[in-house]
Write a protein that binds this ligand. Structure first.
Ligand SMILES: Nc1ncnc2c1ncn2[C@@H]1O[C@H](COP(=O)(O)OP(=O)(O)O)[C@@H](O)[C@H]1O
Ligand SMILES: [Mg+2]
Length: 475
């Protein structure tokens, strides 16, 4: 059963129960109040009769009290027979049936008690009291029975019941209408939540555009249903941004794979070409064969380096835990600069650092590789004679290695994306010794794996490159 109907039925059930209880209470209270009224006039008459009863005379006052309140009076002879003598209004029958006479006769034995209910065939239920009296004419003791029929009480109570039934039915009908309207209105936002959810469920999220435009419209945070709407919206925001992140990283991976494929294509073509050349003219010209073999070797070396770089980046992407050795940063930089100086004697190399030891925690092999990449760049992308100064220091409680040269600096268009994978200047692409564009990407990945960062820029008004690798200090 829908929640809507269940709520309405619940409200109506509660309402009906309350109304019926109130109605029943009113009915019972009214009936007992009216019976009390009858009893009061009966006992008042009886009391009057007794106060004046020293000589059992002048019962007129009592008679009047009784008769004005609609009581009927009947005189019972000592043997309990109704004498047929009555003092009463129109309703009092002159003659009683045998059964009624028997009922009245029982009253003579309870002459001193309070009002009781008796059933008379002639008048229905009645309240009655009995009083001992003396028949003035015959001077014999008799019993006077005064009774008031309950028919008026029953009639009024019956009317009340009808009025109550009609009122309760009308009230329930109105309540049903109001409750239906109210519940429908309150639950409408829930329908909107359901609509939003099914809208999202029908979106093709498995590929392409991952935008989720559907949202629960205007959820009101102070209502429960509104909170459900807010939660659903927050969930959709989260799903949308997560899907976007995933789509982005998938895109990145796809581009990475295709770039890597392109990168490998050139040396592969060279290998294939020179191999074919050797097959055709094999042995005929040893000098040519040697050149071809050297070219093949060079191409293979390039592919080897590229594959090494790709594997290194892939392992950094996996975020495997690094080894955590305490490393003397200046010593590591001095070693690396010395190696660079051996490889590039045409450049001027210098390593600078403070007296105190600067220690960082991390993977010595990876950090060495990062600094070596920076120095290799300074050698590969600057003309001979360029001076390359590598400085180790502390700034903003971070250790840094800064490689600064006075070469041409980064090309302006490359600078913003220099640390991206396969990003490189056009000059490097044509140069035979040009790298694949992964060098700075690797440095950045190493820096980030150590909780540090890489900043790439130009200095001296754009005539030299400044690359700063920042790393957290050992505590
Ligand atoms: N010290 C530098 N001076 C000028 N340009 C540089 C320097 N270092 C790097 N670059 C530029 O940044 C590009 C990206 O460097 P990198 O990621 O190491 O790739 P690669 O060295 O393989 O070309 C290089 O192609 C080059 O154009
Ligand atoms: Mg490089």
């Amino acid at each position: 059963m829908p929640l809507r109907r269940r709520l309405v039925i619940g409200v109506l059930t509660v309402m009906a129960t309350a109304l019926v209880v109130v109605g029943l209470a009113t009915f019972l209270a009214l009936r007992s109040w009216m019976t009390d009224q009858i009893d009061t006039s009966l006992t008042q008459g009886k009391a009057r009769f007794f106060t004046e009863a020293d000589d059992r005379s002048h019962p007129e006052e009592a008679l009047q009290t009784w008769t004005t309140s609609g009581a009927s009076l009947v005189v019972l002879s000592p043997d309990g027979q109704a004498t047929g003598e009555t003092f009463a209004g129109d309703t009092t029958p002159r003659h009683y049936s045998a059964a009624d006479a028997r009922t009245l006769a029982t009253m003579s034995t309870s002459a001193s008690a309070g009002p009781v209910t008796i059933e008379l065939e002639a008048l229905g239920s009645s309240r009655a009291v009995a009083v001992p009296a003396i028949d003035g004419r015959t001077a014999t003791p008799v019993t006077l029975v005064a009774f008031i029929p309950l028919s008026r009480t029953s009639k009024v109570a019956g009317r009340l019941v009808i009025v109550e039934l009609v009122t309760i039915s009308l009230a329930l009908l109105m309540m049903a209408l109001i409750a239906t309207w109210f519940v429908r209105r309150s639950l409408r936002p829930l329908q909107e939540v359901a609509d939003t959810a099914s809208e999202v469920a029908s979106l093709p999220l498995e590929r392409g555009d991952v935008a989720i435009p559907a949202r629960v419209p205007n959820p009101i945070p102070t209502t429960e249903v509104g909170q459900v709407g807010l939660a659903v919206n927050a969930m959709l925001d989260h799903i949308e941004s997560s899907l976007q992140t995933r789509a982005d990283s998938e895109d990145k991976l796809r581009r990475f794979v295709s770039d890597a494929g392109h990168e490998l294509r050139t040396p592969l073509a060279a290998v294939r070409g020179y191999a074919e050349l050797m097959r055709r003219g094999a042995g005929s010209d040893p000098e040519q064969s040697l050149v071809a073999a050297q070219r093949i070797e060079a191409a293979a070396n390039r592919m080897g380096l590229l594959v090494e770089d790709l594997l290194l980046l892939a392992s950094m992407d996996e975020e495997r835990p690094l080894s955590r050795d305490a490393i003397d940063l200046l010593a590591l930089v001095e070693d690396t600069v010395a190696e660079a100086a051996t490889a590039g004697p045409e450049h001027e190399w210098a390593a600078e650092g403070p007296e105190r030891v600067i220690t960082v925690v991390g993977d010595a092999v990876r950090l060495h590789q990062a600094v070596a990449n920076l120095l290799a760049n300074a050698r590969a992308h600057t003309p001979e004679g360029t001076s390359v100064i590598t400085t180790v220091g502390i700034s903003d409680s971070l250790a840094y290695v800064e490689v600064r040269d006075n070469g041409p600096g980064f090309p302006d268009d490359l600078l913003p994306r220099a640390t991206e994978r396969f990003a490189r200047g056009d000059a490097s692409r044509s140069r035979a010794t040009g790298g694949s564009g992964l060098g700075l990407a690797i440095v950045k990945a190493v820096a980030e794996a150590h909780g540090g960062s890489l900043e790439v820029g130009n200095d001296y008004g754009g005539t030299g490159a400044v690359i700063r690798l920042s790393l957290p200090l050992q505590d």
